[in-house]
Ligand binder design. Structure first.
Ligand code: SF4
Length: 290
C-alpha cells in the first residue's frame, strides 16, 4: 500500500507448466505440495491465458473495486520454461492488462542466467518480483520434505536476484514435521539477514492431494491448529525489522482438499485477532530484531 499509495491486487495466471522437481522421476515433488502446484482458485477451469487474465481482473474488480494490478505467474515453477516461452507468455499479457508489476513464483535452483537477464530486461519497464520458495533454513527438514535443494541454494538465489536488481519475496513454511519453535525462529532470523525484500509466512496445511497427505491419512501427526499458528506468528513477527514488508501471514487452502488443521479462521478474523492480540500485549514487528 505504501509503495504504490493505492492497494495492489494480484491477477494469477497458470500457464500449465510443470515443475522441474516433479519431472526428475521423484514421486510427488515436495511432500506438502498439492497436485495442482498451488493453482489459484480463480484460474481453475479457465483455459486460455487471456481468459484467465480477464477472469482474474473481473474477480478483483468485483471483490475490491478499484486498485492497481500485478500480473502473477504462479502454480508450479514459473521460471521452468525457456526464455522464449516465458517471453511469449508474459509480454502479450503485460500489453493487454495494464499491470504495474509482475511477479513469478519459483524455486531457488530454477533461475538460469538467461532467465535472470530476461527478468532484468522487463524490470526496466515494470517492477519485477520473484516469489522464492525457501520454506525453511534447516537442511534436515528440506531433505525430509523432499525439496531437493539446500538452504545455501536459497541464500545464493536471493543474492543473485538482489545483484540483478530484482525484488525477492521469500516464502517460508512453518509447522513442518520435526521442527521446533526454535528451528522456526532460526529460519526467520537467517532469512531476514539475507537481502530479501519481503517475506510470506505460511503455516502448514496438510492437503489430500499431496504425499504428506497420504502419510497423514495413514499415521496422523500433529499439525499446528489455527490458534497455535496465531500464537506462533505473533512471536515470529516480533523478530524481522519493521522495515521488511510481510506480504502474508497465513495459508489459504481449499477446505475440500484440506486434511489438517480441521478448521481455519476467515482472513478477516485472523488479521483482526492478530492485530488485537499484538496490540494488547504491546508487541510489534522489529521489537526483537538484532
Ligand atoms: S512446491 Fe514448488 S518445487 Fe515443490 S513440487 Fe510443488 S511446485 Fe514443485
Amino acid at each position: 500500500m505504501e509503495r504504490w499509495c493505492r492497494p495492489l491486487y494480484r491477477v494469477p495466471i497458470d500457464p500449465g507448466w510443470s515443475c522441474p522437481h516433479r519431472e526428475r522421476g521423484l514421486p510427488g515433488g515436495c511432500t506438502f505440495c498439492a497436485e495442482d502446484g498451488g493453482r489459484a482458485r480463480q484460474t481453475l477451469g479457465v483455459e486460455t491465458l487471456q481468459d484467465q487474465m480477464h477472469c482474474g481482473i473481473h474477480f478483483v474488480r468485483e471483490r475490491y473495486g478499484s486498485g492497481l494490478l500485478e500480473l502473477y505467474i504462479q502454480a508450479y515453477t514459473a521460471t521452468y520454461a525457456s526464455v522464449r516461452a516465458l517471453r511469449e507468455l508474459v509480454e502479450p499479457l503485460l500489453e493487454a492488462g495494464n499491470f504495474v508489476s509482475l511477479s513469478l513464483g519459483t524455486r531457488p535452483d530454477c533461475l538460469p542466467p538467461a532467465t535472470l537477464k530476461l527478468l532484468q530486461e522487463w524490470n526496466q519497464g515494470i517492477e519485477v518480483w520473484v516469489e522464492l520458495g525457501v520454506q525453511t533454513a534447516r537442511d534436515r527438514t528440506l531433505e525430509s520434505i523432499n525439496r531437493r535443494h539446500r538452504w545455501a541454494d536459497s541464500q545464493q538465489a536471493i543474492a543473485r536476484l538482489s545483484d540483478a536488481g530484482l525484488k525477492c519475496c521469500a516464502h517460508l513454511l512453518f509447522g513442518l514435521p520435526g521442527e521446533t519453535a526454535d528451528h522456526m525462529f532460526e529460519t526467520l532470523d537467517l532469512v531476514t539477514h539475507t537481502r530479501t525484500n519481503a517475506l510470506k509466512l505460511h503455516n502448514l496445511h496438510v492437503l489430500k492431494s499431496s504425499v504428506m497427505g497420504e502419510a497423514w491419512t495413514l499415521h496422523p501427526f500433529p499439525v499446528l491448529s489455527e490458534a497455535d499458528w496465531l500464537e506462533l506468528v505473533m512471536q515470529l513477527l516480533r523478530r524481522p525489522p519493521a522495515t521488511l514488508p510481510i506480504f502474508r501471514v497465513f495459508t489459504d487452502s481449499d477446505p475440500e482438499n484440506r486434511l489438517a488443521p480441521p478448521s481455519v479462521y476467515s482472513k478477516g478474523r485472523f488479521l483482526h485477532e492478530l492485530a488485537a492480540s499484538m496490540q494488547s500485549r504491546g508487541w510489534y514487528q522489529g521489537e526483537l530484531c538484532t
